[in-house]
Ligand binder design. Structure first.
Ligand SMILES: *[C@@H]1O[C@H](CO)[C@@H](O)[C@H](O)[C@H]1NC(C)=O
Ligand SMILES: *[C@@H]1O[C@H](CO)[C@@H](O)[C@H](O)[C@H]1NC(C)=O
Ligand SMILES: *[C@@H]1O[C@H](CO)[C@@H](O)[C@H](O)[C@H]1NC(C)=O
Ligand SMILES: *[C@@H]1O[C@H](CO)[C@@H](O)[C@H](O)[C@H]1NC(C)=O
Ligand SMILES: *[C@@H]1O[C@H](CO)[C@@H](O)[C@H](O)[C@H]1NC(C)=O
Ligand SMILES: *[C@@H]1O[C@H](CO)[C@@H](O)[C@H](O)[C@H]1NC(C)=O
Ligand SMILES: *[C@@H]1O[C@H](CO)[C@@H](O)[C@H](O)[C@H]1NC(C)=O
Ligand SMILES: *[C@@H]1O[C@H](CO)[C@@H](O)[C@H](O)[C@H]1NC(C)=O
Length: 329
C-alpha cells in the first residue's frame, strides 16, 4: 500500500516536471543538435534531453518567452576532445542575443554563414579558437551588435569596410589574427565611436585620415605594418584616452601634433616618428607614455608627468635628450 502511494506520488512529481518545462521544444531540438555537432563534449554534460533546457549550463532563456537568448560555450581548461566546427545549427536559435565560443583551441573552420540569420545578436565573441577564413562581410547585417570580438583566432584576408555600418557597435576586437590589407577608410563613418582593437595582425598602408572623424576612446593598432601619418587620431578637440600604435612603421612629425586633454596613455614605441616631443605633453595627465625606438630629437619638455617616466619610455631615439635621459649638450 505504502509503495503504491509512493509510486503515485513519484508519478505526480514527474508529470509536474514535464508540464512545467519552460524550454521551447524547437530550441531544445536545436541545442541537442549543437551538442551532437560538437561531439558531445564533457562541457555540455548538463544538456540532458530529459530536463528543461532553460536549466542547462551555458544557456539562458528569456524570462518571459522562455526562448534561448544566450549560448556561451567556453572552456577554462583546453578540452582535448572538443574538435569541431561552429555548428551551423546555431543559426536556428533566432532569439539569440549573446553567442560566445571562447578558449576552444580545436574549434576550426570558418565563421558559419548561418550566423547572419541571428539578427537579434548584441554580443558575439568567438575568440581564442582556431577559427580560419576571413572576417565575413555578412556581419554588417547584424545591426543590433554592440560587441564584436573575433580576437585570438586564425583569421586571414582583409577587414570588410561594411563593418562600419554597424550602428550600435561599442567595441570591435579583431586583434591577434593574420589579417592583411589596410584599415578600411569607411571606419571613419562608424556612428557609435567603438573602441577599436586591431593589434597583432599584418595590416599595411596608412591609418585612414577619416579615423579623425570619430570620437574614439581607445584605439590599439599596435604590431602591424602601418605606415605614414597618425596625427589624425589626435587634435585638441578629440576624446581619445588610450592610443597604442607601437611596433608599426609610422613616420610623421610629432612636433606639430596637439594632444587632447583626454589622453592618458600613449604608446608609439618602435616606429619612425621624428621631430620633437611637443610642449603640450606637459599639460596632460599621462599614466603611460612610451616613445622609445623612434627618430625623435631635441629636449624632453620639462613638466607634467614627463619626468616621472623612466629612461625606457624615451630611449633609442635619434637625439632625444634631457631628464630622464642624459642632459642635452
Ligand atoms: C573525452 O572523451 C572520452 C570518451 O568519449 C570521455 O570519457 C572523456 O570524459 C572526455 N574528456 C573530456 C575532457 O571531455
Ligand atoms: C588549426 O587548424 C588547421 C587547419 O585549418 C590545422 O592545420 C591546425 O593543426 C589547427 N591547429 C590546432 C592548434 O589545432
Ligand atoms: C534589434 O533589437 C530590437 C529589440 O531590441 C528588435 O526589435 C529589432 O528587430 C532588432 N533588429 C534587427 C535587425 O533584428
Ligand atoms: C592556423 O592555421 C595554420 C594553417 O592552417 C596552422 O598551421 C596553425 O597551426 C593554426 N594556428 C593555430 C593557433 O591554431
Ligand atoms: C605577417 O607576415 C609575415 C611574413 O609574411 C609572417 O611571417 C608573420 O607570421 C605574419 N604575422 C601575422 C601576425 O600574421
Ligand atoms: C564627435 O563629437 C562632436 C562634438 O561633440 C560631434 O559634433 C560629432 O558629431 C561627434 N562625432 C561622432 C562620429 O560621434
Ligand atoms: C575645437 O573646438 C573649438 C570650440 O569648441 C573651436 O573653436 C576650434 O576651432 C576647434 N578646433 C579644431 C582644431 O577643430
Ligand atoms: C617602452 O617600449 C620599449 C620597447 O618595447 C620597452 O623596452 C620599454 O620597457 C617600454 N617602456 C615602458 C615604460 O614600458
Amino acid at each position: 500500500m505504502a509503495t503504491a502511494v509512493l509510486r503515485l506520488f513519484l508519478l505526480l512529481i514527474l508529470l509536474t516536471c514535464a508540464i512545467s518545462e519552460l524550454c521551447n521544444p524547437q530550441d531544445k531540438k536545436v541545442l541537442l543538435q549543437i551538442k551532437k555537432d560538437l561531439n558531445n563534449p564533457y562541457l555540455l554534460a548538463s544538456w540532458n534531453p530529459d530536463t528543461d533546457c532553460c536549466t542547462w549550463y551555458t544557456v539562458d532563456c528569456d524570462p518571459k518567452t522562455h526562448r534561448i537568448i544566450s549560448l556561451t560555450i567556453f572552456s577554462s581548461v583546453p578540452e582535448t576532445n572538443f574538435s569541431a566546427q561552429i555548428p551551423p545549427s546555431v543559426g536556428l536559435l533566432p532569439y539569440l542575443e549573446t553567442l560566445e565560443f571562447h578558449k576552444l583551441p580545436k574549434l576550426t573552420g570558418p565563421l558559419q554563414p548561418t550566423i547572419a540569420k541571428l539578427t537579434n545578436l548584441k554580443f558575439l565573441r568567438i575568440s581564442n579558437t582556431n577559427l580560419s577564413g576571413s572576417v565575413p562581410s555578412f556581419l554588417a547585417q547584424l545591426t543590433n551588435l554592440t560587441f564584436l570580438d573575433l580576437s585570438f583566432n586564425n583569421l586571414t584576408g582583409s577587414i570588410p569596410g561594411s563593418l562600419s555600418q554597424l550602428p550600435n557597435l561599442n567595441a570591435l576586437h579583431l586583434d591577434r589574427n593574420h589579417l592583411t590589407g589596410s584599415i578600411p577608410s569607411s571606419f571613419g563613418s562608424f556612428k557609435s565611436n567603438p573602441d577599436i582593437y586591431l593589434s597583432h595582425n599584418n595590416l599595411t598602408g596608412p591609418i585612414p585620415p577619416t579615423l579623425g572623424n570619430l570620437n574614439l576612446t581607445t584605439i590599439d593598432l599596435s604590431r602591424n605594418k602601418l605606415e605614414g601619418d597618425a596625427s589624425s587620431i589626435f587634435g585638441p578637440n578629440k576624446t581619445v584616452q588610450i592610443v597604442d600604435l607601437s611596433r608599426n612603421q609610422l613616420s610623421f612629425d610629432l612636433s606639430e601634433v596637439e594632444f587632447p586633454a583626454s589622453l592618458t596613455s600613449l604608446d608609439l614605441n618602435h616606429n619612425k616618428v621624428y621631430g620633437k616631443l611637443p610642449e603640450g605633453l606637459t599639460a596632460l595627465n599621462l599614466q603611460y607614455l612610451n616613445v622609445s625606438y623612434n627618430r625623435l630629437c631635441g629636449q624632453i619638455p620639462v613638466g607634467g608627468d614627463l619626468q616621472s617616466f623612466d629612461i625606457y619610455s624615451y630611449f633609442h631615439n635619434k637625439c632625444l635628450c634631457g631628464s630622464p635621459l642624459p642632459k642635452c649638450t
